[in-house]
Design a binder for this molecule. Structure first.
Ligand code: 13P
Ligand code: SF4
Length: 345
């Protein structure tokens, strides 16, 4: 079957299933996938959609595993969530493992007292980390509402323990006015995360030592080179980039923020973007009146695992293949943390 046949078969199944089916696609998906989806968005928008869409029986999620897991947690018991490739994971989410997180939490609590620390967990995490967060009174956040989640956390407790993206955490802390010396990094391989009792007591934000390999590819020299070559251009990046890169950019925000930034820019603007390449290429195609360039080529190989062939396979096995499941207790506790996020959003 060639690609065109596959797309036609997908269209036929979509038509047959009608409102029973919803295909959710993340902004980083390749164009052929976004084109056949019902709804595209950032991770906040997609989880909101999964929470409110009560008509569809079948949700097929074209994104990475933690996103499909969140959709499953927020969906109704009669709905199934499938992902076309179960191996489409997120290496950053894997950097926070529940045993290490529990150990770190106990170590910090033994120094500061548990009541003074609020866990905030990035959407890019496994369900058991979200469940841990829910059990300890915390909330999930995405890159579009991290400052809101941090301010909410500080309204109740003295410190925030943020998992797993150190860069998003640091950029957010900086944005809401936390001094650099009050943000410490927690390396789970070292005793006390590589900190002293004193630095833990003084800290306002504890950052788990995780990062996204797609966004840490962007470096200061890339920004400086592009500024030199295109002095009139605007540079916009995702907040998973390092603080140095974010500070040199004109703006930083979630994938939906980047989409709106390009759409709202005046015609003839040149916009240089530091995020996943599939989104940038699509924005270039969809905004022919502007020049859209990448800060540097960077592809998320996991997002790219979803393709028309495995999407068709998921649709042919609707409600059966690659269905996301998890233990009920994890689901209940993770839902508490996700519900807090939705309430804040
Ligand atoms: P958004 O929440 O901005 O969609 O980003 C998700 C992600 O995985 C970025 O790498
Ligand atoms: Fe994970 Fe980075 Fe890919 Fe986003 S871009 S899914 S954070 S690896």
């Amino acid at each position: 079957m060639d690609d065109q046949d596959i797309i036609e078969q997908i269209a036929t199944i979509k038509e047959d299933l009608g409102e029973q089916l919803i295909i959710l696609t993340h902004h980083y998906q390749r164009k052929e996938i976004v084109d056949v989806g019902h709804y595209r968005g950032d991770s906040l928008g997609l989880s909101q959609k999964a929470a409110v869409d009560k008509d569809a029986r079948f949700i097929v999620f074209c994104g990475v595993h933690f996103m499909a897991e969140s959709a499953e947690i927020l969906s109704q018991p009669y709905q199934t969530v499938q992902i076309p490739d179960l191996k489409a994971g997120c290496p950053m989410a894997d950097m926070a493992d529940i045993n290490n997180v529990n150990k770190a939490w106990e170590e910090v609590a033994s120094i500061t007292g548990e009541g003074s620390v609020m866990p905030i967990v990035y959407m890019n995490s496994d369900a058991d980390i979200k469940a841990f967060c829910g059990r300890h009174g915390g909330a999930v956040c995405t890159s579009s509402n991290t400052p809101v989640a941090f301010n909410w956390g500080f309204s109740q407790r003295e410190k925030i323990f943020f998992f797993p993206d150190q860069h998003l955490g640091r950029n957010t802390g900086h944005q809401i006015g936390i001094e650099a010396e009050k943000m410490i990094l927690w390396d789970p391989k070292k005793p006390l995360g590589g900190n002293t009792r004193e630095s833990i007591n003084k800290a306002k934000v504890i950052l788990w030592d995780g990062y996204c390999h797609v966004h840490t590819r962007f470096r200061v020299e890339h920004v400086l080179e592009m500024r030199k070559e295109y002095p009139e251009a605007k540079i916009v990046v995702h907040p998973e980039c390092t603080q140095e890169v974010v500070e040199l950019a004109d703006a930083a925000g979630s994938t939906s923020f980047i989409v709106k930034y390009v759409e709202n820019a005046p015609p003839d603007t040149t916009i240089i973007i530091g995020t996943e390449i599939n989104l940038i290429n699509r924005l270039a195609l969809e905004n022919p009146d502007k020049t859209v360039l990448d800060l540097q080529y960077s592809l998320c190989p996991n997002m790219f695992k979803i393709n028309p062939k495995n999407l068709l396979w998921a649709l042919e096995n609707i409600g059966q293949a690659n269905v996301i499941t998890m233990p009920e207790d994890i689901k209940t506790d993770a839902r508490m943390a996700l519900d807090r996020m939705l309430a804040l959003a």
